[in-house]
Design a protein around this ligand. Structure first.
Ligand code: SF4
Length: 374
């Protein structure tokens, strides 16, 4: 297995917030994750499709992809369309853009031994756009001051310094399985200031294994997330609400709990998976045991099951109208709009509770009632 760098861009949100976590996790191995393999395959498909769209030579990876399916195809198509749009915007502004795919960037002038691979970089006179494809569908990743993307942008600025005088930096997270596409833009001066005054000193602390432990949302991706005392103390601090008077919680206490609720739920999940792994290895967790979970029936071989049903005189397949992405692919965007423009609508999403800082506008009581009536 390839050795991971101590301070990688993908873990930078963690080690900048909690510098000693880097050395603490350094020698802890985590098994290969199926999600990571699936993500790697989706990335290779994206790269292939963008290259093809740009008229570059590329080898079709699909015959070798174990996780390939219609959803992966659709996501790669959407990503390709996004990259082409972003490129077209630069061309329209006559900024003479250059596109780089799966580009290695060197960040070692700020972070010891640090480099990373950006999925797509579009650089043009004065503007740098870094686009990161995320295939995960667990947690939506925000582009807003996203440490990983800011490090990629930093590496790219250094790389292009002799050719382009970048003034504005845009960073996009493209996470199609959660319909999460966000772009954050900042000045290159501000980015360089952040790198020098925040990242560099935090990276030095992390490299030396020094600094203060600090828990927060970044703990979810830490290798000691289940057993870290700092994180446990922060979450168990919620205990105090058990003793709050009067008997019922006030709305201010509910607000305080909500602020920590996602992190608390994630921590409980991590504790459960840790306990499960201890028991699975033959260890003991007092008061708990492993049992067989519920399972659902499935076909041993889908193709032969379909053959058997057909031989018996039935149609084994359900017939459905193609989804919007697949239909757009079948018809092309223009024909799609001509034929189906009046048949497409975008229903309102269900009311969702989010922190005040979320960018979406708050909905009103009337909006809420409208949705409930539907
Ligand atoms: S779990 Fe959180 S607080 Fe503990 S070492 Fe990891 S990042 Fe730091």
């Amino acid at each position: 297995m390839a050795k991971h760098a101590l301070l990688s861009p993908s873990s930078a949100a963690r080690w900048t917030a909690c510098p000693p976590s880097a050395r603490l996790c350094e020698h802890i191995e985590e098994g290969p994750s199926l999600f990571a393999e699936e993500g790697t395959e989706a990335h290779s498909l994206c790269e292939y499709k963008v290259k093809l769209a740009l008229g570059l030579e590329a080898e079709d990876p699909r015959p070798t992809l174990g996780f390939y399916n219609e959803q992966m195809e659709d996501c790669a198509e959407e990503y390709t369309a996004f990259v082409l749009d972003a490129l077209q915007q630069e061309k329209d502004a006559r900024r003479d853009p250059l596109v780089l795919l799966e580009q290695k960037v060197d960040i070692s002038s700020y972070v010891p031994q640090c480099s990373g691979t950006a999925d797509c970089i579009i650089v043009s006179d004065a503007h740098l756009h870094v686009i990161d494809f995320k295939y995960g569908q667990g947690v939506p990743v925000s582009a807003e001051r996203n440490t990983q993307m800011m490090l990629y942008a930093l590496g790219a600025i250094g790389m292009f310094a002799p050719l382009y005088e970048v003034q504005k930096v845009s960073m996009t997270v493209f996470q199609p399985r959660l319909a999460n596409v966000g772009t954050f833009t900042m000045g290159s001066d501000e980015l360089l200031e952040w790198a020098g005054s925040y990242v560099k000193p935090r990276a030095e602390l992390a490299f030396q294994g020094e600094g203060e432990f600090c828990s927060g949302p970044h703990c979810r991706f830490c290798k000691v997330r289940a057993t870290c005392r700092k994180r446990a103390e922060a979450n168990l601090d919620l205990d105090r609400y058990e003793f709050a008077k009067p008997v019922l919680l006030g709305d201010d206490e509910v607000a305080a709990i909500l602020t920590q609720a996602d992190e608390l739920a994630a921590w409980v999940g991590d504790i459960k998976s840790y306990a499960l792994s201890v028991l699975a290895r033959g260890g003991t967790i007092e008061g708990f045991k492993l049992v067989e979970g519920r399972s659902i029936r499935r076909y041993t071989d889908e193709a032969s099951a379909a053959d058997a049903v057909r031989d018996a005189g039935f149609d084994p397949y359900e017939h459905k109208v193609l989804g919007i992405t697949a239909m757009t692919e079948l018809l092309g965007r223009t024909r799609f709009n001509e034929i189906l423009g009046s048949h497409v609508c975008k229903p309102k999403g269900k009311p969702t509770l989010v922190p005040q800082g979320d960018k979406r506008p708050a909905i009103t009581i009337n909006d809420f009632n409208d949705m409930e009536e539907k």
